[in-house]
Ligand binder design. Structure first.
Ligand SMILES: [Zn+2]
Ligand SMILES: [Zn+2]
Length: 59
């Protein structure tokens, strides 16, 4: 299945442009932050990738 509407921040794909636009309302904002170092991220995907490294330093 091909979903042509792709979010440039997290790579999520949507069948309908309306669904992507709705997703972008919260994905495009820096609404995610690391609970350890307070660094902010524009996407959950980027934050989770950072967390795996940040937690090791903390623990
Ligand atoms: Zn996204
Ligand atoms: Zn961190």
């Amino acid at each position: 299945m091909r979903y042509k509407h792709v979010c440039t921040d997290c790579g999520r794909r949507y069948k309908y442009l309306g669904n992507l636009n709705y997703h972008r309302k919260y994905c495009g904002k820096k609404s995610f932050h690391c609970q350890y170092c307070r660094k902010q991220f524009t996407s959950k995907f980027a934050m989770r990738r950072h967390l795996s490294g940040c937690q090791k330093i903390d623990g």
